[in-house]
Design a protein around this ligand. Structure first.
Ligand code: COA
Length: 163
């Protein structure tokens, strides 16, 4: 985390890794517990911020966030343990070339609004925008946008309540 941009009072747990610290921007009063992974999926691209974590957000253990272009986590977002967020998928070639030998990605930015609570083991996939003050239930896989003040749960995540 040495060269990531970070505001004041940032606390990062042990055993966290990233392959390109310069793509991460962390606000003030942010806590990220241990065993996190921040991955730049396109390390040949010009250096720019790809992963943003807003002021006051708290991220529990074993968080993984992969970005080729942009993952923006708002302010005061609470993320439980084992959450995975990605803005990309591998392009799976019909000729059978394995993804280990194919660096092509399909990428769409991800945004998580201020004040969201993301439950344990949730997965948030490429292209998803989650509005402000939403709840994502434990074990959910979010594949579509979520309007503000909405509770979603399940795989694929569906609306279960409006707040
Ligand atoms: C999403 C959540 C907040 C909803 O709580 P709630 O408002 O009390 O919801 P309810 O228990 O009334 O459930 C409403 C419906 O959604 C379903 N549901 C709730 N959470 C679900 C989940 N995570 N996955 C799938 N379905 C879920 C319930 O089974 C129920 O379905 P039904 O109407 O068919 O019976 C809660 O279930 C949850 O997942 N919390 C996350 C806990 C967590 O990860 N904590 C980490 C520490 S910060």
């Amino acid at each position: 985390m040495a060269t990531a941009q970070a505001g004041g009072q940032v606390r990062a747990g042990r055993h966290g890794v990233t392959n390109r610290a310069g793509v991460i921007s962390i606000g003030s009063r942010v806590t990220v517990f241990g065993y996190f992974v921040f991955g730049d999926l396109d390390t040949q691209s010009p250096l720019k911020v790809k992963i943003t974590i807003g002021d006051g957000s708290i991220i529990m253990f074993r968080f993984q966030c992969n970005a080729a272009e942009s993952v923006r986590i708002g302010e005061d977002v609470s993320i439980a343990s084992n959450v995975f967020i990605t803005d990309s998928d591998h392009v799976v070639e019909p000729d059978g070339t394995p993804v280990t030998r194919n660096t092509k990605l399909v990428t769409r930015p991800v945004e998580i609004g201020n004040g969201c609570w993301i439950g344990q083991n949730a997965v948030i996939l490429k292209g998803v925008t989650i509005g402000e003050h939403c709840v994502v239930g434990a074990n959910s896989v979010v594949t579509r946008d979520v309007p503000a003040r909405t509770v979603v749960a399940g795989n694929p995540a569906k609306v279960i309540k409006t707040l």
